[in-house]
Design a protein around this ligand. Structure first.
Ligand code: FMN
Length: 209
């Protein structure tokens, strides 16, 4: 089957961002971070904001990487907050390391990026796909809430003081969802940790103004 058709069947779309974990390789350095990706014709597109390692790696010339597809909120959490917990594997046909525990991988080359000031508009050409045979996973609110809390958390360093309050409230709401919908100690600990770190980031920002 044609690559772009496989990508569409995986959920990649022109209209809706797919939230994936992008692993970039530059020399011997590997980094993974959650990034939203669109499928534009046969090209994958992302906006990578200034201030992240992903941004720096692209600016320094990272040319290839893997899009790791997962619903596992722990992998989103680890790739932002506990990178030392991430494990990598190598898969035949994919030249760059792949994050262990994902359901699918898309190997890509960076074709170009446009520097738009606050962010890079990055165009990636998908070259191969590896899919794990996996049993369909049910939807659960806790995973969604953890990933959503991480989105707000990662915006705090770059946003206005007014919005920071809204983001902290949103994270608290996400923590509530996790507690209402899951008894998992891991999920609850992750949710609490995101809130704790968000509050401490807010204090750091207050102290520096
Ligand atoms: C679900 C999700 C989607 C995200 N999408 C993007 C994105 O499209 N572009 C971006 O620059 N940051 C995005 N982020 C924020 C980065 O993942 C976050 O800033 C991360 O810490 C960057 O890691 P790095 O410094 O290793 O690159 C997203 C975060 C989450 C949780």
């Amino acid at each position: 089957m044609e690559l772009s058709r496989i990508l569409k069947r995986m959920g990649f779309s022109e209209k809706t961002y797919s939230e994936v974990i992008v692993t970039l390789l530059l020399d011997n350095f590997v980094n993974s971070a959650p990034i939203g990706v669109l499928l534009l014709d046969d090209m994958l597109f992302s906006r990578v904001f200034k201030g992240s390692r992903t941004y720096e790696l692209l600016r320094k010339g990272a040319k290839e990487g893997t899009i790791c597809v997962t619903h596992d909120p722990r992998l989103f959490y680890y790739s932002i907050i506990r990178k030392e917990k991430l494990k990598y594997i190598f898969i035949k046909g994919i030249n760059t390391p792949c994050l262990s525990g994902c359901n699918g991988y898309v190997y890509f080359k960076v074709v170009k990026y446009n520097d738009l000031g606050d962010y890079l508009a990055v165009y990636m050409k998908p070259l191969s796909v590896y899919l794990r045979k996996s049993i369909p996973k049910t939807y659960n609110r806790a995973s969604y809430a953890i990933i959503e809390a991480l989105v707000y958390y990662s915006k705090i360093p770059y946003t206005t003081p007014k919005k920071i309050c809204k983001y902290v409230e949103a994270i608290k709401h996400c923590v509530d969802i996790v507690y209402h919908s899951s008894r998992s100690r891991t999920y609850r600990a992750i949710a609490r940790d995101i809130l704790k770190r968000a509050l401490s980031l807010v204090e750091t920002r207050k102290a520096s103004t």
